[in-house]
Design a protein around this ligand. Structure first.
Ligand code: CAA
Length: 293
């Protein structure tokens, strides 16, 4: 069965990015959010992104209109009942995800594939909340979704071979490069990225270098598009703290343990760019200033 109808649960930063890319790639897409305001906010964000692509000449006006026409918003979970594939990108909290999957499992036909965009929660544990563990995978996208070329396709020990291959093909139909991985917390990217980001915070705590010097070192010395502290602000300190805790629980290794400074910043609400403050102050978003600790 080739996927045609895609459902997105969650139309925040990741969900709206995935919905946009799926609609641009020719899929019929329904996005579900919990309130009309959030549906509207998500769809407006997508429209803004599509308009920017037209301005840059990446998309024609006709392609933008076609992509937009393939997208529908809803607050009703029932509107996802006829989907071939449902991609979930809601809050990173296991109880919320389990409740959602339990409800979707009752609504959708047995052929529907479920895919979670989680970066760290066990796919197996979510799949076990349904009667379709064979048709359950992880599809992990990266922020900003329209720009980042990678999708991690994650299988559990219960995922059917044909479903896994179909999800690899789906990632490719979105124009992404896919990598195959198994359900080990953090998968490939965060297994390598999270210790690196945490080490940058430890380097700052230990006075190895200033915020700007640590960022410039990796940007200019290693050719990374962003320094690690800028990237932490971009990803969100709360998100990183959450992922690090899950990885530490799983592996019990110091390299995944969140440094005290990260915890203090999250407690203070300095969650990065979205909060206006993290390792940098974004009062002037075009010209972030390093914070003093
Ligand atoms: N949405 C859509 N397009 C965007 C965008 C967004 N939010 N932000 C930037 N772009 C586009 C720009 O329009 C521009 O497109 P063109 O080249 O066609 O003009 C292109 O991306 C480059 O943008 P800029 O010139 O403004 O800035 P830049 O060169 O610094 O690139 C960046 C911005 C792509 C974000 C780059 O800095 C980058 O790759 N940073 C690293 C991002 C990263 O590591 N993401 C993964 C985070 S980890 C994660 O997501 C998973 C997890 O589990 C934690």
């Amino acid at each position: 069965m080739a996927i045609q109808k895609v459902g997105l649960v969650g139309c925040g930063l990741m969900g709206s990015g995935i919905a946009q890319v799926a609609a641009q790639s020719g899929f019929d897409v329904v996005v579900r959010e919990v309130s009309p305001e959030l549906v509207d906010k998500g769809l407006k964000g997508i429209e803004k992104n599509l308009a920017r692509l037209v301005e840059k000449g990446t998309l024609t006006g006709e392609q933008r209109d076609q992509a937009r026409a393939r997208l529908r918003g809803t607050t009703r979970l029932e509107d996802l009942a006829d989907r071939d594939l449902i991609v979930e990108a809601i809050i990173e909290q296991l109880p919320a995800k389990i409740e959602l999957y339990g409800a979707l499992d009752k609504l959708c036909g047995p052929a529907t594939i479920f895919a979670s965009n989680t970066s760290s929660i066990s796919i197996t544990e979510m799949a076990a909340a349904t009667k379709r563990p064979g048709r359950f995978v992880g599809l992990h996208f990266f922020n900003p979704v329209p720009v980042m070329k990678l999708v991690e396709v994650i299988r559990t020990i219960a995922t059917e071979e044909s479903v896994f291959e179909e999800m690899v093909a789906f990632g490719q139909r979105l124009g992404k490069t896919t990598v195959r991985t198994s359900d080990r917390t953090g998968f490939i990217v965060n297994r390598l990225l999270v210790p690196y980001l945490l080490d940058a915070i430890r380097a700052l705590e230990e006075g190895v270098g200033s915020i700007v010097d640590i960022d410039n070192s990796m940007k200019l010395g290693c050719g990374y598009p962003m320094g690690p502290l800028t990237l932490l602000d971009f990803v969100g300190l709360d998100t990183t703290y959450y992922i690090a805790n899950i990885m530490f629980d799983e592996f019990k290794e110091r390299r995944f343990a969140p440094p005290a400074l990260l915890k203090r910043m999250v407690l203070a609400g300095w969650n990065g760019r979205k909060a206006g403050r993290g390792f940098y102050d974004y009062a002037d978003p075009q010209n972030p200033k390093p914070m003093k600790f």
